[in-house]
Write a protein of this length. Structure first.
Length: 132
C-alpha cells in the first residue's frame, strides 16, 4: 500500500464548482476561483468573483476532498469586497464539511483575495477543476 505524503497540485480552476457566482466579466477580467495545494498547504484564490444576489453567499456546499481546511468548526476569515470605490470586510466561514459561506454579501461586491490554510486531508485520487 502506498500513501502520498507530499505533492503539488498546480493551480486548478474550480469556478464551475461555485454556487451563486455571477459569471459576467468585470473590468479586471473574467471571474475565477482557483485552488492549489502544496504539501499540506491549500491556497484558494478569488479573482473578480461576484455573488449573484444580496445576502449570505453559499459559495461551496463542500470544497473537494483533499482541499478541505483543518480547523475548528466553523473558522472565520475576512473577505475584502470592493464595490465601486469603497472596500468593506465581509465575514467568510469555512466548515469542516468544506462548506464556505460569505455572510452579508451584496451582488455589487467584487472579491479579489487569496486565502491560505492547512489541511490534513489525504491527497485526492483525482484533482478537481481544470488545470491552468
Amino acid at each position: 500500500k502506498e500513501q502520498m505524503i507530499y505533492g503539488v497540485s498546480g493551480d486548478r480552476n474550480i469556478t464551475s464548482l461555485a454556487a451563486g457566482l455571477n459569471t459576467t466579466t468585470e473590468s479586471g477580467g473574467d471571474p475565477a476561483i482557483l485552488l492549489s495545494r502544496e504539501g499540506s498547504t491549500v491556497t484558494l484564490m478569488f479573482e473578480n468573483a461576484k455573488p449573484l444576489a444580496n445576502g449570505d453567499w453559499n459559495v461551496f456546499s463542500g470544497l473537494p476532498v483533499g482541499f478541505r481546511p483543518k480547523l475548528k468548526n466553523p473558522q472565520r476569515y475576512f473577505m475584502l469586497a470592493s464595490t465601486n470605490s469603497t472596500v468593506s470586510a465581509k465575514s467568510m466561514f469555512f466548515y469542516t464539511s468544506g462548506a464556505m459561506v460569505v455572510f452579508g454579501a451584496a451582488s455589487t461586491d467584487v472579491y479579489r483575495q487569496t486565502i491560505t490554510y492547512p489541511t490534513v486531508d489525504a491527497w485526492p485520487t483525482t484533482l478537481p477543476g481544470i488545470p491552468l
